[in-house]
Write a protein that binds this ligand. Structure first.
Ligand SMILES: *Cc1c(COP(=O)(O)O)cnc(C)c1O
Length: 385
């Protein structure tokens, strides 16, 4: 049985193998493995792509968030509003700088922050809002920028899953005060290892992030702050520079894959399909649907996932436990029921295989497996088959 994986990085590599091998060989021969010219040139290209004046590259998306929070002087006593339905790094970095994540429920239709609930979560300690463009779908930034202006808050965009996504024709990462990107291999622009970047139009902020990234140093061996070592390797920069040229094409292929799923699944009443963003462009890092009948423990969804795995179709669950209920955040005192939409999502979501090279025949197999699994899990009556 040929397995359909959730994401297949090997197909993409084959398409650019010759270019990548040559670029990596060139870096290896140059001896400039750290902060070589290729790193600076990739940072400039990526900043241009996003449409900001400045781009500071670093070692991961997690570090990008950390550097942004540190450079904005967020720390103990400060609150940052964010989503409970995201990867841990979003909240983890808020905690890492000593600030407190304050969660706001999501909108089940988009899995993104429920913009109508943000204002009620603002206190006199709130300093920032950190929206996450989850699964490649842009957050509707208008109301967020608006509330941020009214309360004098900074906006830090977590763009890790949305490189290339647009809100009203503008790239995510250029809308708030700072945008944070990940080049983890499975992201829309992924390297062959870890990597990340921050984008901003604020020159001083960019300089501070670059300083913190280099052990708190602007001038070699002069240290003005406790920083970190978070550089992007030259080898990764060389690979990412090649991949950046294909990003729009790959995102278009993802959109075609998503469109095909929408068509193939449109008559399936047992699942709720992800919505297109009507105010922007989604880049489908994930194609995530929902099983509205799945109950509080999510057994039906888990059974559907298992039955599909038995048929050679590997689906993922992002994310099975919202952040406010994670053991690490027990001290924040959130109880089950605090964020009903995030909790429902955690029990009901299923991400189908999604990558630019996913073929129509493979997608037909995914859909067939899903239909059979829905019957097997008792979610769908047999006679519909
Ligand atoms: C991947 C991811 C990160 C962290 O990126 P890394 O490069 O893995 O450190 C942060 N936020 C979100 C939403 C992510 O998906």
């Amino acid at each position: 049985m040929v397995v359909i994986p959730p994401v297949d990085l090997t197909e993409q590599f084959k398409a650019i193998q010759a270019d990548v091998n040559a670029a990596v060989a060139e870096v290896l021969a140059s001896g400039q493995y750290i902060n070589g010219p290729v790193v600076q040139s990739f940072a400039e290209s990526f900043g241009q792509y996003v449409g900001t004046d400045h781009c500071v590259v670093c070692n991961s998306g997690t570090d990008a968030l950390y550097l942004a929070l540190r450079a904005l002087n967020l720390g103990p006593g400060d609150e940052v509003i964010t989503s409970p339905f995201t990867f841990i790094a979003t909240a983890e970095t808020i905690s890492a700088v000593g600030a407190t994540p304050v969660f706001v429920d999501i909108d089940l239709a988009t899995f993104n922050l429920d913009i109508t609930k943000i204002e009620a979560a603002i206190s006199d300690r709130t300093r920032a809002i950190m929206p996450v463009h989850l699964f490649g779908r842009p957050v509707d930034m208008g109301p967020i920028l608006d509330v941020a202006t009214r309360y004098d808050l900074v906006v830090i965009e977590d763009c890790a899953q949305a490189t290339g996504a647009e809100w009203q024709g503008r790239q995510v990462g250029s809308l708030g005060h700072v945008g944070c990107f990940s080049f983890f291999p499975t992201k829309n622009l992924g390297g062959c290892g870890d990597g990340g970047a921050v984008t901003t139009n604020d020159e001083a902020l960019a300089a501070t992030m670059a300083m913190l990234r280099e052990h708190g140093s602007r001038v070699k061996y002069h240290h003005e702050a406790i920083g970190v070592n978070s550089r992007l390797d030259s080898v990764q920069a060389a690979i990412l520079a090649i991949k950046l040229r294909y990003l729009d094409q790959w995102n278009q292929q993802r959109q075609r894959v998503a469109q095909r799923y929408q068509e193939l699944l449109s008559t399936l009443g047992e699942v709720v399909l992800p919505q297109e963003a009507n105010f922007g462009k989604a880049v489908w890092n994930q194609y995530t649907l929902r099983l509205p009948s799945a109950t509080a423990a999510g057994q039906e969804r888990n059974q559907v996932q298992q039955l599909m795995r038995d048929m050679g179709v590997l689906c993922m669950v992002y994310y099975p436990l919202p952040l406010h209920l994670q053991p690490v955040y027990g001290h924040l005192g959130y109880q089950p029921g605090a964020f009903p939409a995030a909790e429902v999502a955690a029990h009901q979501v299923l991400s189908l295989p999604m990558f630019p090279e996913l073929g129509a025949d493979q997608q037909a197999r995914v859909v067939e497996a899903l239909k059979q699994a829905l019957v097997g899990a008792g979610v769908r009556a047999t006679q519909y088959c």
